[in-house]
Design a protein. Structure first.
Length: 200
């Protein structure tokens, strides 16, 4: 009995399901950021190129050329690849929290974002949370490294106090070395005074 493959191209790689007595279906879907790559579907009989959102092609066997390229609806994709999509991990969610200059105290707007972070961690049952602390370029590099670490620690404590498991959190300190907005030295840039929280 020949083995046939149903393929879903997603998030920059190919997911494969094995089945029998059915034609293979290949569909190209966008990455979470909306970008669409290119996929060449080829066998002994020929090839087809998929390079637009939701384009698909059916393949009968290894010797028959792939069929004509068509476009599947979002509903068709959800139905055809339900099991594959259900098994695909959710893309990470990133939050950026900003701080008052020279301190590990959040701005009021960032304090208001905290409940959304708590809810995201809870709803995903996340076991992979990354906290990275940053500063602007005001002050000495050593001081800023310490300050960015204190900011990361402050968010670590807040997340743990609201149910996150400490062992599931990784905290890092970047000091002024990885700015969101590049500036000269000694520039007080509010968007660089931040902690990034990535929830997977």
């Amino acid at each position: 009995m020949k083995q046939f493959i149903k393929t879903l191209f997603c998030l920059g790689f190919v997911l494969i399901l094995a089945g029998c007595a059915a034609r293979s279906t290949v569909v190209l879907i966008p990455d979470p950021d909306g970008r669409v790559g290119q996929l060449v579907v080829a066998n002994e009989g020929g090839q087809q190129i998929l390079n637009e959102k939701n384009q698909s092609v059916k393949v009968a066997d290894v010797k028959t050329s792939p069929g004509q390229v068509t476009t599947m609806s979002a509903e068709e994709i959800r139905t055809t690849f339900a099991d594959t999509l259900a098994a695909e991990p959710l893309p990470p969610v990133k939050f950026i929290l900003y701080f008052i200059q020279g301190s590990d105290e959040l701005t009021d707007d960032s304090k208001a974002m905290l409940p959304k972070i708590f809810q995201t961690i809870k709803s995903r049952e996340s076991t992979d949370i990354v906290i990275s602390g940053h500063t602007d370029t005001v002050g000495e590099k050593e001081y800023n490294y310490t300050l960015s670490l204190e900011r990361a620690k402050a968010i670590f404590k807040i997340l743990v106090a609201h149910g996150a498991v400490p062992a599931h959190i990784t905290a890092t300190s970047h000091g002024e070395g990885n700015p969101l907005i590049k500036t000269a030295d000694e520039v007080a840039e509010p968007k660089n005074r931040r902690v990034e929280v990535t929830v997977r």
